[in-house]
Write a protein that binds this ligand. Structure first.
Ligand code: CUA
Length: 169
């Protein structure tokens, strides 16, 4: 069979393009600095959050010097706890799940972003600096109240945080 030279060239080019596409997608999925929601994440029964040690009481707790863990539940249409109160100059790992449908968890003005998926626990770690306030926005369409779904992270001074007893209620 005779194949015209230009046809061969196009054939070769399209194969290169397909390989490049596969390469980019693979790199995007496993490349450095990119965390997939489902990757080595723990799971939770979304119907039984009230019996779960982590999420029955959404909260912020200290786990080390300047290290904190926050347990956050997204629901239609808000976040618990709200505000999420964390101390300044610390490392906070947020464990986020959803009570109902898929929600987003984006910290406004930062690159911190996660998905709140029922049944899954997403984890993001943030470093806090000075006392300030951040808005949390839901960036996944989740129903009629999606556009009003928001939360807050209040970064307070260490002493103010201790005065609150570490509790974010
Ligand atoms: Cu929750 Cu959009």
């Amino acid at each position: 069979m005779h194949i015209h030279a230009y046809e061969k060239l196009w054939l070769a080019l399209s194969i290169v393009l397909i390989l490049a596409l596969i390469g980019t997608v693979t790199y995007g999925a496993v490349g450095p600095g990119v965390a997939m929601v489902a990757d080595s994440q723990s799971t939770v029964d979304p119907g039984a959050l009230d019996e779960d040690d982590r999420f029955s009481e959404p909260r912020v707790e200290q786990v080390g010097e300047n290290e904190y863990e926050a347990y956050v539940v997204a629901y239609q249409f808000g976040f618990e706890p709200t505000p999420i109160v964390v101390p300044a100059n610390s490392t906070v790992t947020l464990h986020i799940t959803s009570r109902d449908v898929i929600h987003g968890f984006g910290v406004a003005g930062t690159s911190a972003n996660a998905m709140a998926v029922p049944g899954e626990v997403s984890e993001i770690t943030v470093e806090t600096d000075e006392p300030t306030e951040y808005g949390i926005v839901c960036n996944e369409y989740c129903g009629a109240g999606h556009h009003v779904m928001e939360g807050k992270i209040n970064v307070v001074s260490q002493s103010e945080f201790e005065d609150r007893g570490g509790d974010s209620e």
